[in-house]
Ligand binder design. Structure first.
Ligand SMILES: [Zn+2]
Length: 371
């Protein structure tokens, strides 16, 4: 019964997806782009100046932040981000001509993969020789969590991922593509992208490697501060309103009771809202995790109706172009997990477990963004 209800919300999204007319939009886009590129070609010789530059374009914000760290201080490399920094996840993203223009002259396009960039075929039909690297290809099949299509059981999920030539090329819905929210997987992706940069721009290979190591050290320092979350004797279940946090919950061993991918949707009928409320009630004493990239309207409603507490987390998909953006978002999320687990900031699971820095104030600013 539970599962049947959940299907309503998932199917709803499918319908929206398939109902969208892509072909007409793509055609208009191609014509516009052809015109823009012609103007570029006519305006002449700017390009030769840039020929020595190794240009890397990322599809969206979390990858741009990754590249900011990898290319920091490296000469002769230029990075650009295709989607605006406030775009958020790229599910259902409609390409615009100016997105495609940003890819002009790119030597490498860094995409997430796993269906996050459904528009990729449009990009490749405009730039057929563009080299694309998927962050997901830095992972192993067993690292991936099932996506929407397999939300009700993993039966053929592993068959599908094992059979895939490339994890990055998996279509939308098979695997959950929000892998950057597991710090260990994020590091694997980072090392993989770094190895591609080294290969494609060997002159700067050592610099990329050093940057990669330095960033990994920062990530390790951060996660080491929160190891006590892993040792919690009992962990609250989570109701996820966007599948992104499944990776974070998995990394820290918090059980996921329900995933209802509803936040990006608006305009639910009263009946659908009632069903959603019942579904969340059935999860029992859980925490609702809402994604700050969305309005929070549904999470507020669910909290009011069920009496459960909603915690807003940051999936690191939008913000300022700052090198430490991922680290800051992750720190906020880990603090939120601590708060939700009844631990105070900077204190251990149970104070008898370990001795903590006595100089740290017990109830300092937690950084959590509980609604
Ligand atoms: Zn997403």
């Amino acid at each position: 019964m539970n599962k049947k209800r959940q299907n309503i919300f998932l199917q709803r999204r499918e319908k929206r997806k398939s109902g969208r007319s892509r072909s007409a939009g793509t055609w208009v886009l191609s014509v516009l782009l052809a015109a823009l590129l012609c103007i570029g070609a006519l305006s002449g010789c700017q390009k030769t100046e840039k020929e020595d530059t190794f240009k890397v374009v990322t599809s969206f914000y979390p990858l741009y932040i990754m590249l900011m760290n990898l290319t920091d201080g490296v000469d002769g490399v230029e990075i650009a981000n295709m989607a605006e920094p406030q775009t958020g996840c790229l599910h259902d993203y409609q390409l615009r001509p100016k997105d495609l223009v940003r890819l002009e002259g790119a030597d490498l396009f860094v995409a997430n993969g796993g269906g996050m960039e459904e528009f990729l075929s449009d990009v490749l039909s405009t730039y057929p020789s563009l080299m694309v690297v998927y962050a997901l290809d830095g992972l192993h099949e067993e690292d991936l969590l099932p996506g929407e299509e397999h939300a009700h059981g993993e039966e053929d999920f592993h068959e599908e991922t094992e059979a895939a030539d490339s994890l990055g090329a998996l279509p939308s819905g098979v695997a959950n593509p929000h892998t950057w929210l597991n710090p260990e997987l994020y590091k694997e992706e980072l090392q993989y992208i770094s190895s591609i940069l080294e290969e494609q721009d060997p002159e700067n290979g050592e610099d990329y490697r050093e940057n990669c190591d330095a960033y990994i050290r920062k990530i390790d320092e951060l996660t080491a501060e929160y190891d006590d979350l892993k040792e919690l004797p009992s962990k609250k279940g989570c109701v996820l309103l966007h599948e992104s946090f499944a990776y974070l919950a998995d990394a820290y061993g918090f059980p996921v009771m329900e995933t209802v991918d509803v936040e990006k949707d608006s305009g639910f009928s009263a009946r659908e809202i009632r069903q959603l409320i019942d579904l969340v009630r059935e999860a029992g004493d859980a925490m609702i995790i809402s994604d700050s990239q969305y309005s929070g309207r549904i999470s507020r409603l669910l909290a009011e109706e069920t009496g459960l507490v909603t915690y807003q987390m940051d999936s690191g998909v939008s913000g300022e172009y700052e090198k430490d953006a991922w680290l800051d978002a992750m720190r906020g999320n880990l603090e939120t997990l601590r708060t939700a687990s009844g631990m105070t900031s900077g204190s251990a699971v149970a104070s008898e477990n370990r001795v903590k820095d006595p100089e740290k104030p017990a109830d300092s600013e937690t950084g959590s963004r509980e609604e």
